[in-house]
Design a protein around this ligand. Structure first.
Ligand code: NAI
Ligand code: MG
Length: 384
């Protein structure tokens, strides 16, 4: 009997389904050619999520979707949200307020699956992207870091009050020692995983926020106690945001930061290679020892891009590189993950079948979403 490796697919809204389809094409090629190495055949099943689930089932995270994600080996996600949500509960009666937001489904899913660490690597997928970086060549050259964003704490999960009768609203940032410690430990593991130890840059706002002072203390203690050979530098978030575009190489290594700062800074980091559509992510949870394959959810860092959705022009590379991360972390297949990254590089730099330097619209080209995905699949074949 063939072993089926279950991948739950939740394409979501806007460009989510468009880019996810390309990532699946790439994974199917890997499954077709390398099922022996990966230990089975990848089996994709799609579930409603986000705005689409609100419209079909009334909630952004239906129980069946959650169960399917829990029982899968990995989850492949597109994006959620759009200007049509939240919809009024009753179109004829504004006093009934608004329905659920798709984004809440994503927060709930991350929490339910206990995905506390979101890995967002920033590197140049290709040499030609480095040459076309919005930053000067000499500034961008050699910049490469892995951002680790804490994913289920901080202000996105703190107590919240929508605007009340007094015209006040608030959000609260909360962190516990345990929450910081587990993500700091993962940063330490990743810093020591390769031959050379990487430097950890921890980013906070410790001059103002109590949670940041806790963050700084726990990160320092954890790294000093458990990873004594790892260099650790603290940065304040405002200065780090400046440094990221002034001299991004100064942040090389691992960037470790809390939920909201990581959300903002990772969008900023996408400017270095040139587009939000390029960057992938892996959300991991459970016990991470840096060696065994682990459950994870994989998604590009961008949102549903309603301004371009439906036109077939979204850049699928962030989603395709997320598929590579899925192979690396959840299936333990470094070789096939590398092959996908090589194939993306080839298509961007030099693709014999399609001419040179394929680019989607966000990078000034005319290539469509599917053309880009097809080109990666073609380039991938001989590499597997
Ligand atoms: P966004 O990330 O969707 O788009 C920002 C800009 O980047 C837009 O100009 C968009 O066209 C462009 N862009 C994004 N992905 C692209 C791609 N693959 N190829 C080419 N261009 C791309 O952020 P925005 O517009 O602030 O939010 C739109 C919706 O997405 C909102 O409802 C927001 O809440 C939601 N969102 C969802 C996320 C998720 O599902 N993980 C993350 C961020 C936002
Ligand atoms: Mg974001």
């Amino acid at each position: 009997m063939v072993n089926l490796i279950k991948i739950a697919v939740i394409p979501g809204d806007g460009v989510g389904p468009e880019v996810t389809a390309e990532a699946i094409k790439v994974l199917k090629k890997v499954s077709e050619l390398r099922s022996n190495a990966i230990g089975g055949v990848l089996d994709f099943a799609e579930y409603d999520f986000g705005g689409k689930a609100i419209d079909t089932q009334g909630v952004p995270l239906p129980q069946a979707t959650l169960e399917a994600c829990k029982s899968a080996q990995a989850v492949l996600l597109g994006a959620v949200g759009g200007p049509q949500w939240p919809r009024p509960v009753d179109a004829n009666d504004a006093s009934k307020g608004l329905g659920p937001r798709p984004e809440q489904g994503l927060l709930d899913l991350r929490q339910e699956l206990e995905l506390y660490a979101n890995l967002r690597p920033m590197s140049f997928a290709s040499d030609s992207l480095l040459k076309s970086s919005p930053l000067k060549y000499e500034v961008a050259e050699g910049a490469e870091f892995m951002m680790i964003r804490e994913l289920i704490g901080g202000v996105y999960f703190g107590k919240r009050q929508e605007t009340d009768a007094n015209g006040q609203a608030w959000d609260t940032t909360e962190y516990s020692v345990d929450q910081v410690k587990r993500v700091a430990r993962l940063a330490g593991l990743l810093a020591t995983a390769g031959k050379e130890h990487k430097k950890i840059h921890s980013i906070d706002k410790a001059n103002v926020m109590a949670t940041s002072r806790l963050w700084r203390k726990v990160v320092t203690e954890t790294i000093e106690a458990e990873f004594p050979g790892v260099e650790l530098q603290h940065h304040l978030v405002d200065a780090a945001a400046m440094l990221m575009v002034k001299n991004p190489r100064a942040l090389n290594g691992i960037i470790l930061t809390e939920n909201m700062f990581g959300d903002i800074l990772s969008d900023e980091s996408s400017v270095i290679p040139g587009s939000l559509g390029l960057l992938p992510s892996a959300s991991l949870g459970g016990i991470i020892d840096g060696k065994s394959p682990i459950f994870g959810m994989y998604e590009p860092i961008h949102g549903s891009a309603p301004d371009i959705a439906g036109n077939g022009v979204a850049n699928p590379i962030g989603s395709i590189l997320s598929a590579a991360m899925l192979l690396r972390y959840s299936l333990g297949r470094e070789a096939e993950a590398n092959a996908i990254e090589q194939a993306v590089r080839k298509v961007l730099d030099d693709d014999e079948l399609n001419g040179y330097g394929m680019r989607t619209r966000d990078l000034g080209g005319e290539c469509t979403t599917t053309q880009m995905g097809d080109a990666v699949v073609r380039a991938l074949g001989p590499m597997l």
